[in-house]
Design a binder for this molecule. Structure first.
Ligand code: AHR
Length: 611
């Protein structure tokens, strides 16, 4: 689940590294800008870069100045300076013909990691666009800035204006306006299968007018106004609707797109007042799915995507059981459902709540119900059986869940081995019910450590090198996600759940047994997977409160090959340990062949014995 919070988008997974480049949000001021040399700088609202980007940076040369002058942008708590090639673009207004120097420089050290000249011709009549690439050496820390310098002697009218400065390191899949390659690769490693976006709260808007508006997040970035987000900082919306969908496509994820359903924190629209916004959802769907000869389908093609996007899941709102949404959701849900379903009957629609009293009394079949929970470890384990008695005709998406080791809503803390083990127990419960719990998403996904608002997240980083830090929960997600069965198998055991929990499954290549030991004592588990010989055992372990803190990765999973005698495997599970045993089905087939048996594996039953 992704939304821009903790600067997970701007300054996070989105590749653009300079902050406040479009002076977006309610009160941007000169955040992240510094003057360099004998100049003064100011936000200039009289010189907008475009209809969307309302301000530019005015750089005024102080009389008598000589040599190179300009400005710096300090990024999001520094600029990550790596040994790589950067792409840079900016807009410029004012009479100037000569050299511009772009640099990456240590803010305190003054050390120059990159310095690149380009020759530009700029006029005072209108903004001109400039772009270039340059190589850099690496900085050992985050204390860096990007600089743009010009020759003060060539500025005849005393000032120049610069707008929408952008700096990108290599992007994931080399997409323009893409994701940071290093950060996106970290997400890709856990093999996610769907992405729920753009929120979360950040869909809703602190006010109706500041809701996430799909049509303001598409097309050239210079035409995107951005917004003051629900997480109290500006969003540039450079990570917009199409960028989310490229992200999904590049990682082979199913998009789960939430549409605005009338609820904001500052007011709720209902009935005829809501209808224009329902019409807008239909425009959004035409943009995503319509042919290129439709109004919005042609706009999509103009924005670089000819084929319709593969979108199959639409969520109607976010958490409509909360923040005053419940009373009107039955009517709002039905109004939006009828409109979407009438035109797109093949789309699966998701209600943003599972609470009956907030839903229509007789909801249509085929709807999935979204439920969110953040709990302390014991409480999450107590929810192991939550879905055992869920009516099988009422499918569920757990659109957000995670362990928090406190009831406090604020503050920074780190997910621990105990917390992640409780998530594993809970996920075993989800997997055992995966006929009805069709999707589950840990949340929130990531944070920039310099801007933490909510933690834990699955991983985080800052602007220093090698700062990508997986939380302990990242590894549990990775273990479960990269070992997926397609069929749940029966487990034959006399043991009861607790403190050990398990689930067995199979796919085309493996039998998989997932185990979690939510207890303070080691457990030895004997597992018999008939007629198998070899497999891989992955174990996650650490002391109860061990955490991975920024750049200090103490807890990691371990993996080893295992072999069995007669299909008997032994797994030692540490206190608060999680393990995944993956046994090759080809070894099962070979063992059966060797014994002259008939290869029938579908009935295979896993025996678990605890000692
Ligand atoms: O994931 C953090 C927040 O938690 C989401 O924005 C919201 O949906 C939930 O309350």
């Amino acid at each position: 689940m992704f939304e821009d919070m903790d600067h997970s988008g701007d300054g996070g997974i989105h590749g653009q590294l300079l902050q406040n480049n479009g002076f977006q949000g309610d009160n941007p001021g000169l955040t992240a800008y510094k003057s360099i040399g004998n100049v003064t700088i100011a936000q200039d609202m009289d010189k907008p870069v475009s209809d969307a980007i309302h301000s530019s940076l005015q750089v005024s040369v102080v009389s008598g100045a000589t040599g190179s002058v300009g400005f710096a942008n300090t990024g999001y708590d520094g600029v990550p300076v790596m040994k790589t090639t950067y792409f840079c673009e900016f807009w410029m207004l004012g009479d100037y013909a000569g050299s511009i120097t772009l640099q990456l420089v240590g803010s305190s050290s003054g050390k120059v990691f990159a310095s690149h000249n380009l020759t530009v011709t700029s006029h005072s009549a209108n903004f001109t666009h400039h772009q270039t690439s340059f190589d850099s050496s690496a900085s050992s820390n985050a204390d860096n800035e990007w600089r743009l310098l010009f020759d003060s002697a060539l500025v005849s009218n005393g000032s120049l204006n610069f707008g929408l400065v952008q700096l990108f390191p290599p992007t994931y899949m080399n997409r323009s306006n893409g994701l940071r390659d290093d950060v996106a690769t970290f997400v890709d490693q856990i093999k996610p299968s769907f992405l729920r976006f753009p929120g979360g709260n950040n869909l809703e808007g602190l006010e109706i007018d500041s809701r996430w508006q799909w049509n303001l997040t598409i097309g050239p970035v210079v035409d995107r106004p951005g917004r003051e987000s629900d997480w109290f900082y500006p969003n540039t919306d450079a990570l917009g609707l199409d960028e989310y969908l490229w992200w999904c496509e590049d990682m082979n994820m199913e998009p789960v797109l939430a549409v605005w359903d009338g609820k904001s924190y500052g007011g709720i629209l209902n009935g005829t007042d809501l209808q224009p916004y329902v019409d807008d959802i239909m425009n959004e769907l035409e943009y995503l799915l319509g042919p290129t000869n439709s109004t919005y389908g042609s706009l999509r093609a103009q924005n670089g995507r000819t084929a319709p996007w593969s979108v199959n899941y639409i969520e109607i709102g976010n958490e409509d059981d909360l923040t005053g949404g419940c009373d009107t959701y039955p009517q709002r849900f039905t109004q939006i459902y009828d409109s979407i379903h009438g035109s797109y009957p093949n789309l699966t629609l998701i209600a943003s709540t599972i609470t009956n009293s907030c839903l229509p009394s007789d909801p249509p079949s085929g709807v999935i119900y979204d439920y969110h929970y953040y709990r302390e470890p014991d409480a999450l384990v107590e929810m192991f059986n939550l879905w055992d008695n869920q009516p099988r005709d009422k499918p569920v998406m757990v659109g957000e869940y995670g362990c928090r080791n406190t009831t406090a809503t604020d503050g920074t803390f780190w997910t621990s081995v105990l917390c992640s083990c409780s998530e594993a127990v809970h996920m075993i419960g989800l997997e055992r019910n995966s006929d009805v719990v069709q999707m589950a998403a840990y949340a929130p996904l990531l944070q920039h450590f310099g801007y933490t608002q909510w933690s834990p997240t699955m991983f985080g980083f800052d602007s220093s090198p090698d700062s990508l830090t997986p939380g302990t929960s990242y590894y549990v997600q990775e273990l479960f996600s990269t070992n997926r069965g397609s069929t749940i198998l029966p487990v034959d055991t006399t043991a009861d759940f607790g403190p050990l929990y398990w689930v067995a499954s199979k796919n085309d290549t493996a039998y998989i047994v997932k185990l979690a030991n939510y207890g303070a004592h080691e457990q030895t588990v004997h597992i018999n997977v008939p007629n198998t010989t070899t497999g891989v055992l992955q174990r996650f372990m650490g002391s109860e409160y061990a955490t991975n803190q920024p750049t200090k990765i103490k807890v990691k999973p371990h993996s080893k090959s295992v072999s069995s005698s007669g299909g008997n495997f032994t797994v030692h599970l540490e206190a608060w340990g999680v393990a995944v045993l993956s046994v090759s089905t080809t070894s099962a087939a070979a063992a059966l062949r060797a014994s002259g048996g008939v290869v029938v594996v579908a009935w295979l039953c896993v025996f678990v014995q605890l000692f």
